[in-house]
Ligand binder design. Sequence first.
Ligand code: ATP
Length: 231
Amino acid sequence: MTRFLSFGQDARRIAEADSVAVIGLGRFGTSLAVELMGSGTEVLGIDADEDVVQSLNGVLTQVVRADSTRLEVLQQLAIGEFDRVVLAIGSDITASILTASLLLQLDVPVIWAKAVDERHGAVLEQLGVHKVIYPEKDMGRRVAHLVRGAAADYLEIDEGYAIVKSFAPQLLHGITLAEGAVRHTHGVTIAAYRGAKRSWENAEADTVLHEGDLVLVVGPTTDVERFAQLR
Ligand code: ATP
């Protein structure tokens, strides 16, 4: 236990900053932790595997080798003082559930947990985990839409409602969005566009699109997909 004491002091300092603890540094946990660091958030990473910890040393604010299923370990690492914890252990469902219950016991205000399937997710939700995520399932759905359609990017906001990035179709070239009446004729809203200036701008009624412009289209999934297929 003593070897966690100095880590505990560092972890406490990190917890005081606007920071996140990520438990389980597999592909998902690592990618999330690195992205958070890139956007200026301090990250305490925890993993049971020494090689994983070594490989992320110096990449995250602090990386600790520890077993997250032990309450005293989480206490030493001051996990209860973090506002947000992401539990990114997936395949080891027992470790995921045990850790989740300890995080709840420590009163972590916001817990995000990864689930590998619906049954795992249901248990995490029953325990009281605040946000359960299904990275494989969500990514699978997203890629399916990208493979099927002509969209450059696709994000389902909720069941049946999506946002799509695609090229402005020819029927809108050289006219204002008001003249194009996209909402009326296609059931979607063009929220933003990227034209010759190559920066994104809010789309207005008098916005005129040209060949090669990208648009961000919001609306019911079937409508935005149909719109993205227009040439
Ligand atoms: P991914 O798909 O993101 O690579 P995964 O779904 O395969 O991950 P796991 O293999 O269960 O998920 O776990 C991811 C990481 O969590 C691994 O690096 C593993 O060492 C770590 N891990 C598993 N159990 C524990 C534990 N009890 N304490 C800390 N870390 C753990």
